[in-house]
Design a protein. Structure first.
Length: 556
């Protein structure tokens, strides 16, 4: 997937001697983006090396670098989200506080007068902040550079995460709640900004697998976070869980800041052939205009958007239930803290593998002209959600830890198959407003983050199997209901409100950061020399030159 390749469909670049930095691109073209999802068409040629550079090192396509770093960003932020869930199991463990000797010294447990309900409220406050910031995030990411918003929200959350151990141990419950609320508000920018970045960097024929690759990061974070948090808590000390995950986020941020630009037209290191390939395979529906208003009323009343939001709600319900309570659930089967962290990550491993696979399945199905985008989205969503609902229902009959892990892993794997169904559907409905639709959908779906921990705090406890069974019944019903609604009302077609109306005169936005066009030097493409001033001639100046040339020709 991330092979160093060049695209056969991209226009050939002159192969003569040239500057090793075959970079830059058209300024205005960089605003273009896709409106339809991947269909059969131009496919990248991965068989040969890059031909437009005299450098001996292989060229890694810049869009793959963006996708890779976006995926890693999701991994580190979701790794950080597991911190509270894992450490709370230890902090609230009364038996652990009664232990003496080396194990208690290693854990260095704080003395807090908290209970399970207070811990669940701490989880809920994160998602309350997440909920309240969704609509502002959708609006602001349509105005701000999405690459900067994506990096800033992760850095902000990481800085607050460093403060959590201090607040838990010394500043009290109220300060900890405020920090969690602010963390959620900051991370509310995560998805709108991510979809805004991918809008410019993914092409129609690659979008299914590239977007799915980024989304695997949200689930891979649990794979990394649960075992690392459990092992650090068990063998070092609980507060270092927060320091390690925050440090990873900060390291990632500086890599993101240096390597990722908002659009291909802003990236100096992109090759001309890759730039032209991206623009050619995106279409024209991503051109930005000064006077174009977002059709909020049509988006909010759109049945495909509503059905998509229900799927998002079901997804959040399941993920948040497991992120915050899976360690509690597995502790009922006698697992230690370290084992709990490792076993909690197993369902998420299968989820990542199936999510990654679903992107290739969707792109493969798109090669068949008999399968519409709507059919593919409904097929993958239906299979994934209905199978997962059956698995959660089956969990209520199981009594052993091994069988629970198997069925729970199958449930998450089935859910992974649906990712290239509903979770890529934002771009189908409108690539121009994808980040707006994501913010609206996330606003509704984040209610699950508020409700789920409160329900868990009320009904769940490490020794209450009836409470867990009731929660799984509710989860199964929510997932099944959202699947049925999406199958009936979902759509993979671009919506009428996705395109600008015909009755207004549109003014294209001027992009001051766009790269200047290549100049022609000795019949070869080259960038202007460093330090040179590139002046675009006006039409009046061009007319004068043409007039003088015509006059000289007439005299001869």
């Amino acid at each position: 997937m991330f092979s160093p390749s060049e695209e056969s469909s991209a226009p050939a670049v002159d192969s003569g001697p040239q500057d090793c930095r075959d970079q830059g691109g058209q300024g205005s073209g960089g605003d273009d983006g896709p409106s339809d999802d991947s269909r059969a068409g131009d496919t990248p040629d991965t068989s040969g090396p890059r031909s437009d550079s005299c450098c001996s090192c292989p060229y890694i396509p810049r869009r793959y670098v963006v996708v890779l770093l976006s995926t890693l960003g999701m991994v580190v932020v979701y790794c950080m989200r597991t911190n509270v869930g894992v450490t709370m199991v230890t902090i609230l463990d009364e038996e652990a506080h009664m232990k003496v000797g080396t194990q208690q010294a290693k854990w260095n447990l704080p003395s807090v007068e908290w209970n399970t309900r207070m811990a669940e409220l701490l989880h809920s406050l994160f998602y309350i902040g997440f909920f309240l910031s969704q609509l502002p995030a959708g609006y602001l990411t349509s105005k701000w550079p999405c690459n900067k918003a994506f990096g800033a929200c992760i850095l902000f959350s990481a800085c607050l995460n460093v403060l959590l151990p201090v607040s838990i141990e010394h500043l009290g419950y109220t300060v900890s709640c405020v920090i969690r609320f602010c963390q959620g508000a900051g991370e509310g920018f995560l998805y709108p900004a991510a979809y805004g970045v991918l809008r410019h960097w993914t092409t129609n024929n690659e979008r299914g697998r590239l977007v799915a690759a980024v989304l695997t990061g949200t689930y891979a974070g649990a794979i990394v976070g649960f075992p690392i948090s459990g092992l650090i808590t068990h063998y070092v000390s609980w507060e270092y869980v927060y320091y390690v995950s925050s440090g990873l986020c900060i390291i990632w941020y500086f890599a993101w800041l240096c390597l990722v630009f908002e659009k291909p037209s802003h990236d100096e290191s992109i090759s001309q052939s890759e730039y032209e390939y991206i623009i050619k395979n995106q279409g024209k529906n991503n051109i930005e205009y000064e006077n174009l208003k977002v059709p909020y009323r049509q988006i909010l009343t759109s049945l495909p958007v509503i059905s998509l939001s229900l799927c998002h709600f079901a997804r959040n319900w399941v993920i948040i239930l497991l992120l915050t309570n899976e360690p509690y659930y597995l502790s009922m089967f006698g697992f230690s803290v370290a084992e709990n962290g490792i076993y909690s990550s197993i369902p998420h491993v299968l989820l990542v593998l199936c999510t990654f696979t679903s992107g290739y399945i969707a792109d493969f199905l798109h090669l068949n002209p008999n399968y519409s985008t709507t059919f593919i989205r409904k097929l993958l969503t239906g299979i994934g959600f209905i199978s997962q609902a059956c698995c959660f229902f089956l969990l209520t009959f199981l009594k052993t830890g091994a069988s629970v892990l198997v069925v729970l892993s199958l449930a998450m794997g089935c859910f992974g198959l649906s990712v290239s169904g509903w979770q890529v559907n934002y771009y189908d409905l409108s690539s121009r407003y994808a980040n707006i639709i994501v913010s609206i959908s996330s606003c509704f779906a984040s209610l699950a983050g508020v409700i789920t921990p409160l329900v868990a705090g009320e009904f769940l406890s490490p020794d209450n199997m009836m409470g867990w069974n009731g929660t799984f019944y509710v989860t199964s019903a929510i997932v099944l209901f959202s699947a049925v609604i999406f199958i009936i009302f979902g759509s993979g077609d671009e919506q009428p409100w996705a395109n600008p109306p015909d009755n207004i005169v549109l003014i294209p936005k001027v992009d001051p950061l766009a790269r200047k066009p290549y100049t022609v030097v000795n019949n070869k493409k080259a960038l202007p020399k460093a330090g040179a001033v590139y002046i675009e001639p006006s039409s009046e100046q061009l007319n004068k030159v043409v007039h003088r040339l015509s006059s000289a020709a007439n005299k001869q």
